[in-house]
Design a protein around this ligand. Structure first.
Ligand code: UDP
Length: 221
């Protein structure tokens, strides 16, 4: 959040257009499904995820204050779960964790019963969406959801990863982290209308690319 203030001050001084890479986490554990930009969210202010969720929410507020007070050209993208080549193997996120575990033959760590859902966007689609957002006129501030609306449970993701890696890994179930959102799916109507954009890469294809990347990395290649 402090970083956001610094960057907003800099953008104001040099008269630059500025992007806030916001997040679906601003919706918290959502009570509406799918999540449209007009939904205010359902965030626990004092839980273990709160510093991230509330920090991002506060950053959005600051961006809109700078837009209102200084007419700074802002762009706010709410990015939903994104994956692809060049993820860090140990960043703890579900796609990278499952792929690395499957390739090593380690157990796949499913948190909770795996019935919670996420909608996974391939990195190239996200980059295209952000690029288009940056090319819009100054009146187009967002917030705008960027993601892929195809929704999968974590168990479905685990099964796909095992299948595409031909892994013999077994699933093990671990406790669900506190405040883990049950479901998440972007409503992409605004992105489609404003940016004439929609994601093109299906999860199966994106996973195969990502698996190929991790195979090369883990082989030391
Ligand atoms: N998850 C899991 N096993 C892991 C890592 C994550 O089952 O090894 C689950 C996690 O509980 C969540 C989902 O996968 O329900 C997505 O987690 P991630 O941290 O990738 O993204 P976020 O929760 O921020 O959407």
């Amino acid at each position: 959040m402090h970083g956001a203030i610094n960057m907003l001050g800099l953008a104001k001084r040099v008269k630059a257009k500025i992007l806030q890479a916001s997040t679906s986490e601003v919706y918290g554990d959502p009570e509406v499904h799918p999540q449209g930009e007009e939904y205010w969210g359902h965030v626990n202010p004092v839980g273990p995820r709160s510093c991230y969720d509330e920090g991002k929410r506060c950053a959005e507020t600051l961006f809109f204050d700078y837009w209102r007070q200084h007419e700074l050209p802002i762009k706010v993208a709410r990015i939903f779960n994104t994956y692809g080549p060049r993820m860090q193997p140990n960043d703890g996120r579900v796609v990278s964790s499952f792929i690395v575990q499957a390739l090593k033959g380690d157990p796949i760590t499913v948190f909770g019963d795996g019935g919670q859902s996420r909608s996974f966007c391939y990195v190239d689609d996200l980059v295209e969406g952000i690029t288009r957002l940056m090319l819009t006129g100054d009146s187009c501030t967002g917030p705008v959801n960027l993601g892929n609306s195809s929704e999968f449970t974590i168990l479905e993701l685990a099964e796909k990863v095992i299948k595409f890696t031909n892994s013999r890994s077994k699933l093990i179930f671990k406790p669900l982290p506190q405040d883990d959102p049950r479901q998440r799916q972007p409503d992409l109507s605004r992105a489609k209308a404003l940016l004439e954009w929609q994601p093109k890469v299906a999860l199966d294809d994106g996973l195969k690319e990502t698996i190929a990347y991790f195979k090369r990395t883990l082989d030391g290649g």
